[in-house]
Design a protein around this ligand. Sequence first.
Ligand code: ZN
Length: 364
Amino acid sequence: MGILDIVPAGVLTGENVVKLFNYAKEHKASKILSFAIPAINVTSSSVANACLEAARDIKSPIILQVSQGGAAFFAGKGLPNDKQQASIAGAKAAALHIRAVAPLYGVPVVIHSDHCAAKLLPWFDGMLETDEAYYKEHGEPLFSSHMLDLSEEPKEENIATCVKYFKRMAPMGIWLEMEIGITGGEEDGVDNTSVENSLLYTQPEDIWDVYSALNAIGPNFSIAAGFGNVHGVYKPGNVKLQPGLLGKHQEYASKKLGGKTEKPLYLVFHGGSGSTKEEIKTAVGHGVVKMNVDTDTQWAYLVGIRDFVQNKSGYIQNQVGNPEGADKPNKKYYDPRVWVREGEKTLSARVKVACEDLGNVGHL
Ligand SMILES: [Zn+2]
């Protein structure tokens, strides 16, 4: 039995998202037992298409997500964003694009929005209004899932705000990802590079507090816990990644629940760029169902374009005239469908590597 026996191809919402993540978490046949699905940050339709192409080629589900900054970029860097209007419109545009093309790729897709800190809540409100409007018309939300990241706030406030929003999301069946404990490093303008080391490791009691508060509302939520993860790629050695801590969280929650299930928590791995395959494997074994990939795919997208520009430099100095003759036209070199495509190819290849690392290959 494969994933397409339990959920359809195209964008998933509600129960189908729960089924997908549960299938990944409880899977027993793959090499690393359970597996996780990479969530790739999408900044344009080109990036989204390259990710979908990779997922199709290796017969895997995929998660496409927009950050607040990425969503604004999707709408257009030239737009004002003082009230999050560009981030709201861009998130909607990205989701509508993905919805339009995803069924053609024949893979299940989760559309998600990335970190939303307290000061960005107007962005979150705008996306939920879009979901509510879409729900009225189609009987399902536009997005599959959203992340709230109030990890910088006191724990009680973090949980209370998540509860408030989750109550609004639950009737539409939208998945909530929340963060507790802090992901170090810098991403999308949020700088946690100077956060104290102890705050980078979440405690099992904190995870349990989150679980019990949210589980009272519904089962469709996941927790991004800090276990020494850092956004971006840095010299190793500053903070030590301890994916084994995630196993302690599962054990603690399982005991609290009377031991009925071994891994009751759906966990999310942020800041995984530069992690070893062994660390990823340990994290996935402990119930990580989603791993964010941004830094490495940003790099991969550039590589194809960089190599093209370097290798074809003689063909892109003028519209006419290249090493083959002064009257030779260069249109087939400067057409964006040629050089952007080269970036799509290297990005797509990198997405496949992320899927392989997470055991997310051939599950359809
Ligand atoms: Zn993150």
